[in-house]
Design a protein around this ligand. Structure first.
Ligand code: BES
Ligand code: ZN
Length: 462
């Protein structure tokens, strides 16, 4: 093990150069014009997998962006890890708010800034470098490894579900490992055991059959932008609860034990508010901030538009207005049911003076992973060795919908072992990966390979 860790130390600057190269590819999955970049990124990952010693590298085309597969299966009698990650990234706008160019990874202080540095290319790369360190020093891995890296996570993993169904046998394993979450705080490693689900909706409000002069018509026609604002304003009550009937029907309540565990975490509301530059926190009454984000369902307007938004002034009563609205879900809500309830409610509260169309864009279910699983136990031991500190247990407010599919389709539990940070600016300008976390992550994954067989054996003996 010492030799492997020394190898990691000795290769730090090359690792970073390679990561910079990966991060220079603008693999923005939602932009049709970046399609060739996604192909190139998949190829880059496949080539790199081969160079670190993984075998059977295959790039599976999908109707969307390709899925990259590789494996190394020569540790007989040892557990098999299915590693999942994504190489696609979010758009970079507003690009003018980036301190350095989003696809020219730049080190400032102890962070590496680039789109995808934390979410999720940098975290995928952590795993490839652990494989390399192991393979180059021992010629083998202590476990069996299967890897799938997809290119559509940020847009709802539309083609992953059918891929997993079709390749059920190829993907058989003992557990799933994912690094696409954050540590609790700097120098505070954690294992994540809960993710929220999602139902993403688009609302279109249609008024007059064309844009109108706001002087000639304003006052006699319901402005769709106003109608949309009236609708959005009704979606929360004064206790900041979502007003959609039936929304909370299947919400699994927090247990006393879990609430007590959350309260013990090193957390400060005022620091949180200060960091984000808000005067006051704002959320559902009766719950703490961590509870609101990790374990309560919420509704957010992601964007709202219509009419004239350019520079200067144009007097117009627009024909249409739009909003993208997402709901984060918790166990045991079901995304499709929530999407239906949303549509029904919006249609019911919509003023009769406009027409409203609702589209369900995509969704996925919340996940809770078992803390007592050998994978989680091995992760705890590995984090302690990798970061020199016992990890905390935490949930997250974000979503990785495939976690539930892995359980349903392959019967596998997932270990969420993330190396991001809560303030890493994922999906926003100046996204970064902390370099200590990058190298700590590589060490941790290397230890995880070593620890896992022990914990799996202990379970078998029980
Ligand atoms: N890395 C995130 C998931 C995440 C976010 C985990 C925050 C923990 C905290 C992932 O890449 C992501 O952004 N997922 C989307 C999923 C959606 C498009 C279905 C999300 O959460 O918005
Ligand atoms: Zn993301």
């Amino acid at each position: 093990m010492d030799q492997i860790l020394e190898y990691i130390e000795g290769n730090k600057s090359r690792y970073l150069d390679e990561l910079r190269d990966l991060l220079s590819i603008p693999s923005i999955s939602t932009n049709p014009e970046n399609k060739p970049d996604l192909e190139r990124c998949a190829q880059w990952i496949g080539d790199h997998m081969r160079s670190v010693g993984l075998e059977n590298v295959k790039i599976f085309p999908t109707p969307g962006h390709p899925i990259v597969y590789a494996d190394w299966l020569h540790a007989r009698g040892m557990p098999t890890i299915l590693l999942y990650g994504h190489y696609d990234v979010q758009p970079v706008d507003p690009v003018e708010l980036w301190t350095s160019s989003p696809f020219e990874a730049t080190i400032r202080g102890e962070n590496l800034y680039a789109r995808g540095s934390a979410d999720d290319k940098g975290q995928v790369f952590i795993h490839l470098k652990s494989v390399e360190a192991y393979m180059k020093n021992t010629g083998r891995l202590p476990i069996n490894l299967k890897v799938i890296i997809e290119g559509e996570e940020e847009i709802g993993s539309m083609h992953l579900d059918s891929f997993v169904r079709k390749h059920r046998n190829l993907l058989q394993a003992d557990l799933v490992l994912i690094s696409d979450t954050s540590m609790f705080a700097k120098n505070v490693p954690s294992v994540c055991y809960g993710l929220r689900g999602l139902a993403y909706m688009q609302v279109e409000v249609v008024g007059p059959n064309r844009d109108l002069h706001s002087g000639s018509f304003g006052g006699s026609i319901h402005n769709p932008v106003h109608a949309l604002c009236e609708i959005v304003a009704q979606l929360h009550d004064k206790n900041r609860r979502v007003t959609i009937p039936g929304f909370y029907d299947h919400v699994r309540p927090l247990t006393k034990k879990e609430r007590a565990a959350f309260k013990k975490l090193p957390w400060s509301n005022s620091r949180y508010a200060n960091d984000l530059g808000v005067r006051k926190l704002y959320g559902e009454k009766g719950f703490t901030a961590l509870e609101q984000v990790w374990a309560r369902p919420t509704l957010e307007c992601n964007g709202i538009w219509g009419g004239f938004t350019g520079e200067g002034a144009k007097t117009v009563l627009p024909a249409k207005a739009f909003a993208k609205i997402s709901m984060r879900l918790v166990p045991d809500q079901k995304s499709e049911r929530i999407a239906k309830l949303f549509e029904k409610h919006i249609k019911k509260i919509a003023p009769k003076s406009v027409q409203v169309n609702v589209k369900y864009v995509h969704g996925g279910e919340a996940a809770i992973t078992p803390l007592e699983s050998p994978g989680v136990q091995a992760a705890v031991a590995a984090l302690e060795k990798g970061f020199g500190r016992k990890p905390l247990f935490q949930r997250e407010g974000g979503s990785i919908p495939i976690v539930v599919q892995f359980k349903q389709l392959l019967g596998l539990d997932t270990v969420l072992l993330g190396f991001g940070l809560p303030d890493e600016n994922a999906h926003a300008p100046d996204e970064f990966l902390n370099l200590k976390n990058f190298f700590g992550g590589i060490r941790t994954i290397t230890h995880f390979y070593n620890e896992l067989p022990h914990y799996m054996k202990m379970r078998r003996k029980k």
